[in-house]
Design a protein. Structure first.
Length: 203
């Protein structure tokens, strides 16, 4: 698969939970690249029954939420943040499975997670016919890749990711950093998401 590298630096926006907030330098350039690939896929007949699906994955602090929101706006798409799906701090693999079975599956939705109460919350429906962006660590697996129009992997130096994530979420994520990183490591070993990506971006 072709690899594109764009951007450096970060903007930091506030957010709660695992995956929201880190920035991506040159967001516009990355969005343009992905939109061009979506259009090319449509012209060539590539896609899942005509539906546009963009997967944005990467470790915490790489800028997935910022890019996911920008892509959704550019494509007029729904966006699913896996931060809303993870069933707690040990839920990365479970959310990756939900992407395939529920979000992209017949259920067309997902059970959200109430982080404050630490329990399942409301069911959120996803329009099965509308364009969709899914962002979060666990979005891009071997199973989900088959349903995607464009697959994006974000990466950044560990020190940069730490500064962004802890600057965003503070002591809560600092306490859970190692616990979450171990799940990222396990997911990356099992799925090799960077190798599945059409576009790789260093942020």
């Amino acid at each position: 698969m072709a690899e594109e590298r764009a951007g450096s630096g970060a903007d930091v926006e506030s957010g709660a939970g695992v995956g929201s907030g880190a920035g991506v330098g040159n967001v516009g350039g990355v969005v343009d690249e992905v939109v061009a690939r979506v259009r090319a896929a449509g012209e060539s007949g590539v896609g899942v029954q005509g539906r546009v699906v963009v997967l944005v994955d990467g470790r915490s602090g790489t800028g997935k939420t910022t890019l996911g929101n920008a892509l959704a706006a550019a494509l007029g798409a729904q966006v699913v943040h896996l931060d809303d799906v993870y069933p707690g701090w040990d839920g990365l693999r479970a959310a990756a499975d939900v992407v395939v079975s529920d979000v992209l599956g017949a259920a067309s939705g997902y059970r959200s997670w109430d982080w404050e109460a630490d329990r399942p919350a409301a069911w959120r429906s996803v329009d099965p016919d509308a364009a969709l962006v899914i962002e979060g660590c666990g979005a891009l697996s071997r199973a989900s890749a088959r349903s995607a129009t464009v697959r994006v992997w974000l990466e950044a130096d560990d020190a940069v990711r730490w500064d962004r994530a802890i600057g965003r979420d503070g002591p809560t994520f600092e306490r859970e950093w190692a616990r979450w990183a171990a799940q990222e490591d396990a997911f990356i070993r099992a799925e090799q998401p960077a190798g599945l990506a059409d576009v790789v971006v260093r942020t």
